[in-house]
Design a protein around this ligand. Structure first.
Ligand code: MET
Ligand SMILES: [Zn+2]
Length: 768
């Protein structure tokens, strides 16, 4: 019989219960026991749901209070001294590592947070030092396994595998010569120990995720895979069935190391990379191993074409003459990246709601496909209904706009090129703006206070009039402008108080988007996003941001930046269409934004920032044609959006959350870019940017952490950067927008930042 598997289920709860509980705990309004109880409740709910639907392999240890990679750092005692020295409760250590902690007896910054592959999830980077004492320090996977068992549910625990855990980590600043993968021998016995404990607790199966297998691996990492799985397989099977799990791409270039491993089964993502099928089946004999077929998309919200998926799996069975008992139908990846339940949506257009499927519905799809393959006719009705929705979407008039399609087809080089090169623009702009050395600015948003959220809700619900709301927004803008003037920032922003989210805000004003009420997805820690859904061809009926920018500029003599979200970020932080390619969707967005950029310019806005924080995450995971094509069309989309302005208009862009390579941003030709830098300890990183031709602001403080950075900290940091980086190109700014921060820390940190810039201005007065 074909079985069904879910690789992971969202842990945030259908009504964001986890967010409320963790944030309450941080504020001191929720006790630790209450927080733990919420976690337990959520796990129970998820397990029972999957059990009731009939999933064969139900995951455990997919729950986390912050991040599953961070959990593993705690479990293996990968805890830098700066956290362990405080002897905090393990849960508080976890949060301190994830988000920093500052209170009267403790002051520590967060660990680096990085994108999880090409998704919008972020993990807390394992950070290793020479002196660390790696050992088992807790029992989370076992506790959660037993918790499910007590409910009568046999689960398959999930652990990030050793090679991915080490490869995704980095050396701490005191141990820069340490290559994490060299620690493999120390970690294998620890994995063995945890898994042995799971076996003792009654576990029969284990899912070991090795997503790094979809990356370009060097020989050392490849050898590590062979070593790790030979070690674990020999030590642990047949006591437990090891499922080696990959997702988000193709394993083909690494197939050589996957053959002949003593594991029970393998999982592959055939949604993202269906083309890997034949190579995989030619290399691994699935008469001997179990093949888990990732066929229900863990990354997007479109309803699965059940008949097509069933036929795909059936064709594997037939073509390779496999026994159905060796086949598992599964989600392509963890469902962590999809919203919890479509049944929570009441306002979506009835014509389109039927096109979607969220995590709960996806569980049903997985089970339905498995049942169908087993000849179970009880799912025939589900299949019939499914066919109807799939056909309705294909034939819908909502998706096609000929005018947009024509405009995209007419894009040429000229449209995507600024009038003059940067060297000429910079002279014109210097004269107009006359900015000091080390110009200071922020990235756009200011604290989204409770007051802002309350007023926005009132406006949405209609309990205040649009005029009242506008007056409120204006007063917020004025407050932010006055504050920036007061502390002496050079280039101001309006603060983005009118924006619920940087993508949603624009999406709501574009034709072709749909929005959910409850479609939340975890981005990092307690920060969740609600990606809008691109359902059809995209266009901009009317200006989206001009009013607020113009108002802000009208009340100050300093330049105020217009703020837009770039085409790639709009695309990446939405659920994209799966019926046309991403490039076309990006270009549609870029034309809509181009109109907005030109309206801003015409309204007198002299600096326009087009944020592309998601540029890097969109980069295909492997080097090669797909990647270079992406760089080309992503840059083209950015330039289509921005190149229509005059030389004197300064285009800024902003990137965060990622290891950015200067080569990724050169082709955008923005006049000034700001990048995340606050958590980079590697001096080589800044050196890479030395030759970046245009101007850069290296993000100097971590806006994801509530701690306040002192003036001295800024000075030290800037001093270090200046050892390799030219002062003439140096902007001073935080590493991202301040919307998640409170005013308290915003005021202090920004004031210290501006003071540090003044210090350097003084110092460089005679040098420059
Ligand atoms: C994640 S990037 C955010 C950029 C945006 N302008 C802001 O300041 O919030
Ligand atoms: Zn940012």
């Amino acid at each position: 019989m074909v079985k069904s598997a879910v690789l992971g289920f969202p842990r945030i709860g259908p009504n964001r219960e986890l967010k409320k509980a963790t944030e309450g705990y941080w504020k001191g309004n929720v006790t630790k026991d209450e927080l733990l109880a919420v976690g337990k409740q959520l796990r129970e709910q998820n397990w029972k749901l999957q059990q009731s639907i009939g999933v064969d392999y139900i995951p455990s240890n997919d729950f986390s209070f912050y991040d599953q990679v961070l959990d593993l750092e705690l479990l293996f005692n990968v805890i830098p001294d700066r956290y362990s020295k405080y002897d905090l409760d393990p849960l508080d250590t976890l949060f301190a590592m994830g988000r920093g902690l500052q209170r009267k007896d403790v002051d520590v910054t967060a660990l680096e947070m990085v994108k999880w592959f090409d998704s919008n999830y972020h993990y807390v980077r394992p950070t290793f030092s020479h002196g660390m004492d790696y050992k088992l320090n807790g029992s989370k996977p076992i506790d959660e396994f037993l918790e499910a068992k007590k409910l009568g549910i046999q689960t398959r625990p999930v652990l990030l595998g050793p090679v991915s855990f080490l490869t995704l980590g980095k050396a701490d600043k005191d141990s820069l010569d340490l290559d994490p993968i060299s620690l493999l021998d120390k970690f294998l016995p620890l994995y063995e120990e945890v898994i042995t404990k799971l076996i003792d607790a009654g576990a029969t199966d284990i899912q070991l995720d090795e997503p790094v297998l979809v990356l370009d691996l060097d020989q050392q990492a490849k050898d590590a895979i062979v070593k790790a799985y030979n070690y674990l397989g020999k030590a642990l099977s047949p006591k437990i069935n090891i499922f080696l799990t990959t997702y988000f791409g193709t394993v083909v270039p690494n197939l050589d190391v996957l053959q002949n491993l003593p594991v029970k089964g393998y999982h592959f993502d055939f949604v993202r990379s269906p083309e890997q099928l034949d190579s995989i089946l030619k290399s691994i004999d699935f008469n001997e191993k179990i093949l888990s077929v990732g066929i229900v998309d863990g990354r997007n919200i479109w309803k699965n074409d059940l008949a097509k998926s069933t036929a795909f799996v059936q064709s594997i069975i037939d073509k390779y003459n496999l026994s159905s008992k060796n086949i598992v139908v599964a989600t392509s990846s963890s469902l962590l990246h999809t919203p919890v339940d479509l049944d929570n949506e009441h306002k979506l257009d009835r014509n389109i709601v039927d096109w979607f499927s969220f995590a709960t519905q996806k569980v049903l799809e997985v089970v339905a496909i498995a049942l169908k393959l087993n000849g179970d006719t009880s799912v025939d009705d589900i299949f019939k209904k499914n066919l109807k929705s799939i056909t309705a979407r294909k034939n819908s008039v909502l998706t096609n706009d000929e005018a947009v399609q024509k405009r995209v087809a007419a894009i040429d080089d000229k449209l995507a090129t600024r009038k003059s090169p940067f060297v000429e623009r910079v002279t014109v702009q210097k004269e107009i703006f006359n900015l000091p050395l080390f110009p200071t600015t922020t990235i756009g948003s200011f604290p989204q206070t409770k007051d802002i959220r309350i007023n926005r809700n009132k406006f949405v619900k209609g309990t205040i009039t649009p005029e009242e709301y506008e007056t409120f927004i204006k007063s917020e803008i004025e407050k932010v402008i006055r504050f920036q003037e007061e502390i002496g920032l050079d280039v101001l922003v309006h603060g983005e108080p009118e924006r619920n989210d940087m993508v949603q805000y624009f999406g709501e004003q574009l034709q072709g988007y749909a929005f959910t009420e409850n479609g939340w997805v975890q981005s990092y820690g307690s920060r969740y996003v609600r990606p809008p859904i691109i359902v059809g061809d995209l266009s901009r009926p009317k200006p989206m941001s001009v009013k607020e920018s113009v108002y802000a500029q009208s009340i100050t003599t300093k330049p105020v930046k217009g703020m837009l979200t770039g085409p790639i970020t709009c695309l990446r932080w939405s659920f994209p269409r799966d019926d046309i390619d991403q490039k076309t969707q990006a270009l549609q967005l870029s034309l809509a934004l181009r109109d907005e950029v030109q309206d801003l310019e015409a309204a007198g806005i002299k600096i326009i920032q087009v944020d592309e924080p998601a540029l890097r995450e969109g980069l295909p995971l492997r080097a090669g044609k797909e990647r270079s094509d992406y760089m080309d069309w992503a840059a083209e989309a950015f330039r289509v959006a921005t190149a229509g302005v005059q030389d004197k208009t300064q285009i800024h862009s902003h990137f965060c959350y990622s290891d950015l390579d200067p080569n990724h941003i050169k082709a955008l030709d923005a006049d000034v870019v700001s990048i995340e830098f606050s958590k980079k300890d590697d001096p080589n990183y800044v050196a890479e940017f030395k030759n970046y031709p245009n101007h850069i602001g290296l993000g100097l403080f971590d806006i994801h952490s509530p701690r306040v950075a002192s003036k001295d900290e800024f000075i030290t940091k800037v001093d270090t950067i200046l050892e390799t980086y030219p002062a003439a190109k140096f902007w001073v700014n935080p590493d991202c927008g301040l919307k998640t921060r409170d005013w308290y820390e915003t005021k202090l940190s920004l004031t210290n930042m501006v003071d540090a810039a003044k210090h350097f201005r003084e110092e460089y007065k005679n040098k420059a």
